[in-house]
Every structure is written in structure tokens, then in C-alpha cells.
Design a protein around this ligand. Structure first.
Ligand code: C2R
Length: 171
């Protein structure tokens, strides 16, 4: 049964939202990926979000660009935690979606990550699930340790002067 439901406002959002899917895959978390728009298919969004808890989902991730109503509309229809991903668009640089998603009225929260922050949305979803899943908590701890290890490798490469221009001096 899928624990995380990822939705996005358009199939044009897929290249970014796939990163959430890839991260969940890496952590071994069953999930679904779907396109639906609160503006274009409001009845579909309402039906999906209202039934999400009964369908077995534990956390929802909603990505949208421009006038990004989708994450808020999903949150309005469910008691599950909803993570919103504002997506970059050409005209307003993603600030349009960021403001639309982050400024939810009191009472209906959406946990908002960075513009195009689909990977972090997946990690945050995993951290929520890990509160009641010790094995997942262990995998997340390994992920963090590997990440820290890679950070140290980057510092060593930079110290050797082999970076070809990281643009910083390690302390
Ligand atoms: P198209 O590329 O399909 O024209 O969509 C989508 O997330 C996408 O980034 C352009 C942008 O419109 C966004 N969109 C929303 C919603 N539905 C579509 N923000 C919604 O319901 O919030």
C-alpha cells in the first residue's frame, strides 16, 4: 500500500516532481505519482484528497506552479499532513507559487519547501513516516551519514585544489 501520494498541477511539472519520487524510491517508500489540477479538475482533486486517508496514504506531497491552489485545496480536504512544493515559472520566478502555497490561512497548514524543492519534500515526508517506523528511521540516519561523508569529500577535494573552481576556501 502506498504511504505517500504525490500530485502535481500539470504534466509539465513532472521533471521536477519526479525528484520527489526518486528520493522516496531510494528510501524504499511506496508512493504514487498523479497529475490533477484544482483549477482545471476541481472535482477530481476533491475526490482524491477526501479519500486519501482511507486509501492508506500517511503523507501527501503537492507540487504546483504559478497560482498554486492545489496544495491548499488538497489540505482543505484531508487531515493528513500536506507538503507543498512551489514550482519555478518563467514570469515571476516561482515567487507566485511560493506565496500562494506558504500563505495558508490559520487552521489549514501546508508545510512548504523551497522553490523546486521536491527532493526535500520527499525527505520531510520520510521523516514524518519514520516517527512510527524504526527501519525507515535507520535508513534515514544512513542517508544523513552518507550525505555528511560526501560533504567532507568535497572539502578534501577543494583543499587539494582539484575542484576546478568551487569558489570557496575550506576553513
Ligand atoms: P501547464 O503547463 O499545464 O499550462 O500548467 C501547474 O502546476 C503548472 O506549473 C502551468 C502551471 O499551472 C499550474 N497549475 C496549478 C494548478 N493547476 C495547474 N497551479 C492548481 O490547481 O493549483
Amino acid at each position: 500500500m502506498s504511504q505517500v501520494g504525490i500530485v502535481m498541477g500539470s504534466k509539465t511539472d513532472l521533471p521536477v516532481m519526479e525528484k520527489a519520487s526518486a528520493q522516496l524510491e531510494d528510501l524504499g517508500i511506496a508512493h504514487t505519482l498523479d497529475v490533477m489540477s484544482a483549477h482545471r479538475n476541481p472535482a477530481k482533486v476533491s475526490e482524491w484528497a477526501s479519500g486519501a486517508q482511507d486509501a492508506g496514504y500517511r503523507v501527501l506531497i503537492a507540487g504546483a506552479g504559478r497560482a498554486a491552489a492545489l496544495p491548499g485545496v488538497v489540505a482543505a480536504h484531508t487531515a493528513l499532513p500536506v507538503i507543498g512544493v512551489p514550482l519555478l515559472s518563467t514570469h515571476l520566478g516561482g515567487a507566485d507559487a511560493l506565496y500562494s502555497i506558504v500563505q495558508m490561512p490559520p487552521g489549514v497548514p501546508v508545510a512548504t519547501v523551497a522553490i523546486d524543492g521536491a527532493k526535500n519534500a520527499a525527505i520531510l515526508a520520510a521523516q514524518i513516516l519514520a516517527l512510527s517506523d524504526a527501519e525507515l528511521a535507520e535508513r534515514l540516519a544512513e542517508f544523513r551519514a552518507e550525505q555528511a561523508e560526501q560533504g567532507m569529500e568535497h572539502r578534501e577535494i577543494a583543499a587539494d585544489g582539484e575542484t576546478g573552481g568551487f569558489g570557496f576556501q575550506p576553513r
